[in-house]
Every structure is written in C-alpha cells, then in structure tokens.
Write a protein that binds this ligand. Structure first.
Ligand code: GLG
Length: 814
C-alpha cells in the first residue's frame, strides 16, 4: 500500500465511516479513519485465511483464556504489515503526526498481568508462524482498572476503554449462542425409548461474537480473536411489560449484561465469586458451541472434533469446558459416554500457571449445583469412573483416592477445577522448567504418578515484534544494521551479536541507544510524576503486579539501606541509581496496597533530601500497562526478578528485559533459571535461597526476627519504617507491614536480605565499568533468543496440538 493510497483511504473513511469533513476532524477521528484503513487491509488477509480453512481439511488451535491483554493494536499492525513509513508519510501530508495518532488509542486491557499478556503474545506468534488459530475469551466492557496514585496510595478508576468505540473489532450479530443457567435436571425417554437426562434451566443469556483480526508479521495469515459479549435473550419480558411493570421488564436484560461487565482484577485469584463462575461458563460454552457449528458447517462428523480442534485451557479458568463438551456431546449430540470422553480427552490440553495454593480454583458445591446442575452430575460421573479406574488399575488406598478426587471433601465440599482439567486433558504443562518439575512434585504429584506421559514443560516466551521491534526501534535498527533483520522471526540469530560485544565502537552505539531510551522514559516519568531522573544514572527497574511473593518490599529495603549509608556518610561514593517501580495491586489486597504506599513514601523522603538525592531517586510509574511497558523495558539497565524461589511460575517481564539488554538481579525462580543458563552465570546477578532451601528453612521453623537481630543494616531499615520516618511521624500506617515481616514473613524477605544487599553491592561494582556492563548487556540480548513466543508456540504446535503451518496465498491483490 502506497502513501497516496493510504491517504485516499483515510479520507474516504473520514467521510463514509465517520462522517466528518477533514476540516472538522479531531485527532481521534483521524486515528479511527487510519485504524479502519489498516483494518480493511487485515480483512483481505482474514478472508483468505478463513477461505483456506474452509477449503482444506485443517486443524485449528483454539486458545481458551479468560484474559487477553492485547495492548494497543495500531502500532503493532503497522509493524506486522510493514507499512509504517508509508502511513507516517500519508498522515504527515494531512497535517498529522503518526505518534499523536498512536497516542489516541485506548489500550484494551482485558487481562491482569502475565497470564493475559502471554495469551496475546501467543496469538501474535501463531499468526506469524502461519498456524490457524482462534483465541476465545470475554469482551469485558471494563478491563483492568486504571491506577492513579493519590498521596502515595493506589486509587482505582474504571477502565472505560470502549467509550470512544473500538475500530478493531467487528460485531458478528449472526454468531450468537444461548447459554443456560440454573434450574434442574430430569429423566425423559427419547424417541427410541431410551432413558436420558435433560437439563431444564431457568435462565438463558445470549452470547454475541466480536472478532478482532490478528495479523502475523509479514505473512498473509490473519487469525481471529473472538470475544463474547453477554446480552439478554429478549430486550423485554413481554409478560411483565404488558402488565405494566416496565422497569421490571428490563431487569433481566440488566442482569444478563452484567456477566461480561468487568474483569476481575485479581492476578492470582482466590475469590469464589458467583459472577466469576458465570463468566467462565458463559465464554466456554459459547466457544465450544462455536467449534461444533464450524465442524457442522464443514460437513464433518462429530467424531472428528479432536482432529479439527486442539483446545488449550489457559489455567483452570476455562476448565469447566471439560464438563461442557461432555454435555454437548452426550446430551445434545447423543454420543455414548465412552465416545464423548475419548473426544474430550483428545481435545483438551491444560496449562498450569501457578503453584500458590490459594490461587488454585475450587468452587463450593452448593453454588455449582445452583448454577450448573447438569454439569455437577457430569462431574460426579467423570469422578466416579475416574476413581473406579484408579482403584482397579492402580490399587490405590483410600487416602490416595481422596487426594485425587474432583471433589474436596475436607470441610465444605468444593469442586477442584485443576483436577477436572487434569482428568479431562491429554497434556498437562507448566510454564518454565522449574515450575513443571515442582508441579510434578507438589500440587499435581498424584496425577503425575498416574499419568507421567501427560506431563510436559512449555517455557513461556514473549513476542519480539511488540517487545523489541516496536518498543525499541533504535536498538532494533542497530541490530538489523549489524546482523540483518532475520532475528525478528528467528531470535536465535541474535547470537550473531556475540562477537560485537568485543567491538568498542559497537558498544558505544549500544550505549547511546540505551541512553536515548532512558531519556525518553525520564521525560515520561517527569510528566507523569514530576520526578526528575538523570539518564546517566543506573535505571534499576521492577515492574509487575504488586504481590508479597514478588517482594517489592525487599527492593525498597535496599533503597532504605543505601539511604541510611548516605545519611551516615554523605560523601560515600556510591553509583547513582534511579529506582523505578510500577504495578497494580488487587483492589482488595491490603498488604500489597501498603507496599505501594511505602514505595511512594520512601520516594518522597529520598527525592527531597539534598543529602541523598544526588545519588538516589525513587519513582513509581502510575498505571503500569502494555503501553508504558513498551517505554520501560527498553530503558532498563537492571531488571529486578526477586521473587521467593518456588513461587513465580515463570515470569515473562524477565524475558522482555533480557531481550532489551537489561542485566538481571534475580533468584533461582521460574524462568530466571533458564535465562541464567542461556546468558551465562557470569552475566547474571544471582542471589537468594533455592526452592529446597526455602522449604527446609520453613520446615525447621522460620524466625524472621532472628535475621533483624543479626543484621544491623536490616534492623536500622525496619526501625526507620516503624518510627514513622517515611510517614510524617505516623507510626500506624506501616505497622501491618512491619508486623507481618517481623512476625511471619511468609515470603522470606528477611532471610534473603543480606544476600540481596551483597549482590546489589556487586551490581554497583560492575556498573562502575561501563565497557564491561555494556559487554554483558549485549550478551544478554544476544543469548535471549530462546525466550521468543515463536519458540514456545512451535513447541505447543508440534508436541501438543499437532497444528501445522499453512501459508496463505492472496489470490486477487487488487
Ligand atoms: C502467571 C504466573 C507467572 C507466569 C504467567 C504466565 O504468576 O509467573 O509468567 O502466569 O504463565 N498469574 C500469572 O501471571
């Protein structure tokens, strides 16, 4: 597409789609007209992709996820289509700057953190690797809240991302399904006289599809992200309307539409909320009905379902799908239980994303019975058959059988969704090598002993398109100029950079790029917070959800330690550092919200104290999201990956930093282990207890206060927080945090403190030699190729889904 063609299309859309003369059009109007121009182009690819699917007997990867954290579409689509320069020129001729139009886009924040962003990276890689795929999820009217910081505290603002419309989605009113809830089940005889069961629900909701095209990088494949929105079946209850109860008549509509109103803002959920179960069942039922319709549309028999669809469960959120597919096959399609079960197990794969026991989903039995009575019966039947086979073939004792059961009978009975997912899937994977091992040893041990062949590892990955090519254009230009652009789709080629780490001229260019990225971030932070950062300082960054296990408070203890050292000796020669934090806390997570307050409180004191603020600064970037993440990762010198070992399943931010040349200070947790293996231990700052050591320490009886007594710097830091030094004398505000650490410290912050500080001192030493730091930075990027989501998706496709590449030809390119 040439610049003049783009210009014409934008003007056409201004007139015909938006209805504004150019003289009256706002930036938002121009953004939309441009988005529609780009979307037209995607639609051509999309139609050809669907055509290929219909004509050939192809298998589709279906990624079921309650979250897709896509980030802004425009920039990414321009990159993947390869038309950024033409568009920049076209809009310039119309008096606009492309960057201004890019800034007009509301970020679709339909996810909390790593899990939702992983789904988005996987969609990018599936299209780029020319694999047919459908992402199925929920079109939340309100995504993850916007975070504002007021007086150091997090405030949550509703995310009205649809307020100006969404040019990327296409409503498909013809693709709708009914989803039932409640009621009871009953026996009946079918035409052949056989006794069957049917579900008599007492409510129904309609799910409508909204499709977003997902364009691969420089290929013709364009896949679909299909998100379901809930609607009332009828806008009015006519019965009530006729009797004059007008408001009562629309009640049902209001209730139905609340199902997809809002994303639950918990990253590691523990809440057993009814609406959450409704959301899960709603989107899973729509998605499975949609697959069956696609199968019918191709004239394929139901038996072929697993040959046509590989369905991946992104955590347990969609695991009700196991029972729903059984219901659709047995009750509605009248397959035998055995045939239906074979299809189900061949179809599903299950990815586990967490070992935290409080995050493993279970539903109270009464709630489940009330909403999904038929599914409860099906789960009972699955469980009965499963446990009978376990007793028979494995001669398991009662204790063992109890542990495997889909129903937790300790206390109030609950359905264990992870167990349902394991029983109903032929493949079960963790998201990093360590995590997959720990799964087999802890939460899923009994299942591993039963079916070792089902277990496998799929280390997470991130897309190098968004997180390098788009987010870090300057580094990308330097890399491409040096080794060609093959790395964008074959990140293993980044290895060709290794010899350049010895080239002083190249190192200088590398440093200049980093410097300029840091200046850009500093400008952004100044604008957002009023805090001034010097880009010649080390940028030490921790951005991720705020959670005790991720230990942002360990990081802030380091800041306080340096503060104390400088206060004692203002002339102390320390390497100047900017500590940059960002991340949202779940609105109901009391301690996490105090950690945010503490970071800001320490920042206020440090940044305003002339004794220290020439060497230390602290900034909390409000509202960390995909968009500002794209500014942050390229500007980091040091990446903080300091979770307690054994708690972070993988992490993906760690990979984004490494790809962009940050050095990592980290524990042996999640994918950090593999990052260190790849980049070399001499290019990674390791500290902290190992998983085994943490377990041993906790078994022996951990006494956090003993560490305070044994370490004067730690004692001083804790004393200062408790004394109100950072809170205008208020000794109450941080008391819960201090008490929690001194009394229980569940994530071993104190136990790891001394080693963390020693390691940070080492970091500071290495920083003093910029040539060596740059050498290490280059080697980090050069050796990070494994962490591309392309590698991860190839593994899923080859080892679990059996989904092969299908190049899409554009037949008529007029
Ligand atoms: C989880 C984990 C992360 C993981 C991510 C994607 O906590 O460690 O990287 O999924 O697998 N809840 C999450 O974000």
């Amino acid at each position: 597409m040439s610049a003049p063609e783009i210009k014409k299309s934008i003007l056409d859309h201004l007139t015909y789609s938006i209805g504004r003369p150019p003289s009256l059009a706002s930036k938002q109007d121009y953004y939309k007209a441009l988005a529609l121009t780009v979307r037209d182009r995607l639609q051509q690819h999309w139609v050809e992709t669907v055509q290929a699917y219909l004509e050939q007997d192809l298998k589709v990867a279906c990624y079921l996820s309650a979250e897709f954290l896509m980030g802004p579409h425009l920039g990414n689509n321009l990159l993947n289509l390869g038309i950024e320069n033409e568009v920049r020129q076209a809009v310039k001729e119309m008096g606009c700057e492309l960057d201004e139009l890019l800034a007009e886009e509301e970020e679709p924040g339909l996810g909390n953190g790593g899990l939702g962003r992983l789904a988005a990276c996987y969609m990018d890689s599936l299209a780029t690797l020319e694999r047919l795929a459908l992402g199925y999820g929920i079109r939340y009217e309100f995504g993850i809240f916007d975070q504002e910081i007021r007086d150091g505290w997090q405030c949550e603002i509703t995310d009205k991302w649809l307020r100006s419309g969404n040019p990327w989605e296409i409503a498909k009113p013809e693709i709708t399904y009914y989803v039932n809830f409640g009621g009871h089940t009953e026996y009946y005889r079918d035409e052949a006289g056989a006794e069957r069961i049917r579900w008599v629900p007492d409510r129904a909701v309609k799910g409508m599809a909204y499709d977003t095209p997902i364009q691969g990088y420089r290929v013709n494949t364009c896949n679909t992200l299909r998100l379901w929105s809930a609607e009332a079946c009828e806008s009015f209850d006519f019965q009530a309307f006729n009797t004059g109860d007008y408001y009562g008549a629309v009640d049902d509509k209001v209730i139905s539409e609340t199902i997809t109103k809002v994303l639950y803002p918990n990253d590691e959920p523990e809440i057993g909320k009814r609406l959450r179960l409704l959301q899960q069942y709603f989107f899973v039922s729509c998605s499975l009905q949609d697959m069956l319709r696609l199968l019918d549309a191709q004239g394929q028999p139901t038996q072929r379902f697993p040959e046509k669809f590989a369905v991946q469960l992104n955590d347990t959120h969609p695991s009700i799908g196991v029972a729903e597919l059984m219901r659709l096959l047995v009750d509605e399609r009248r397959l035998s239980w055995e045939d239906a079960w074979d299809i189900t197990v061949l179809t599903f794969g299950y990815t586990n994303h967490t070992l935290l026991p409080e995050a493993l989903e279970t539903w109270p039995l009464p709630l489940f019975r009330e909403l999904l009575p038929r599914h409860l019966e099906i789960i009972y039947e699955i469980n009965a058959r499963f446990l009978a086979s376990v007793r028979e073939t494995h001669h398991q004792d009662d204790e063992h059988v109890k542990r495997l059961s889909l129903i937790d009978e300790n206390g109030e009975k609950r359905i264990r969704m992870a167990h349902l997912a394991c029983v109903g899937s032929h493949a079960i994977n963790g998201v990093a090598a360590l995590h997959s091992e720990l799964l087999k040893r802890s939460v899923l041990k009994d299942f591993y002993e039963l079916w070792p062949e089902r277990f496998n590892n799929k280390t997470n990955g991130v897309t190098p398109r968004r997180f390098m090519a788009l987010a870090n254009p300057k580094l990308s230009e330097l890399i491409t100029r040096t080794i060609g652009d093959g790395w964008i789709t074959h990140t293993e080629e980044l290895r060709m950079l290794e010899p350049f780490s010895e080239d002083a001229a190249f190192r200088k260019e590398w440093r200049l790029v980093k410097q300029s990225n840091k200046q850009q971030l500093a400008d952004y932070i100044l604008k957002q917070t009023g805090i001034e950062l010097d880009p010649s300082w080390m940028f030490d960054v921790q951005v991720k959800r705020i959670h005790e296990y991720k230990r942002q408070h360990l990081n802030i203890l380091h800041v306080i330690t340096l503060y104390n050292r400088l206060k004692r000796d203002p002339k102390l020669a320390i390497a100047p550092r900017a500590f940059i934090f960002g991340g949202k806390a779940a609105p109901g997570y009391f301690i996490a919200k105090r950690i945010i307050k503490l970071i800001n409180a320490v920042g206020e004191v440090v940044n305003n104290d002339p004794d220290v603020n020439k060497k230390l600064r602290v900034a909390f970037v409000p509202n960390f999201n995909v968009q500002n993440g794209q500014l942050i990762y390229p500007a980091a010198d040091l990446s903080e990956q300091i979770s307690m070992a054994g708690k972070e399943a993988s992490g993906t931010g760690n990979m984004k930093f490494t790809l962009n040349g940050a050095l990592t200070i980290g524990t042996l947790d999640g994918a950090n282990v593999e990052i260190r293996d790849e980049v070399g231990e001499e290019n990674f700052f390791l500290f902290g207890l190992t998983t085994e050591e943490t377990l041993r320490l906790q078994q022996q009886g951990y006494r956090p206060y003993a560490y305070v007594e044994g370490n004067s710097e730690l004692a001083e830091a804790i004393r200062l927080i408790a004394s109100g030094h950072f809170s205008h004398g208020d000794t109450e505000v941080f008391r819960p945090l201090v008490d929690n650490l001194c009394q229980s410290d569940p994530f071993l912050v104190f136990a790891d403190y001394a080693d963390y500080i020693a390691c940070q001192d080492k970091v500071a030493g290495v920083w003093k030699d910029p040539e060596n730091w740059t050498r290490m930075s280059i080697l980090n990027t050069a050796r990070a190729g494994k962490f591309s989501s392309d590698r991860a998706i190839r593994e899923y496709c080859d080892e679990i889904w059996d989904v092969r590449p299908v190049p899409i030809m554009i037949k008529d390119k007029t």
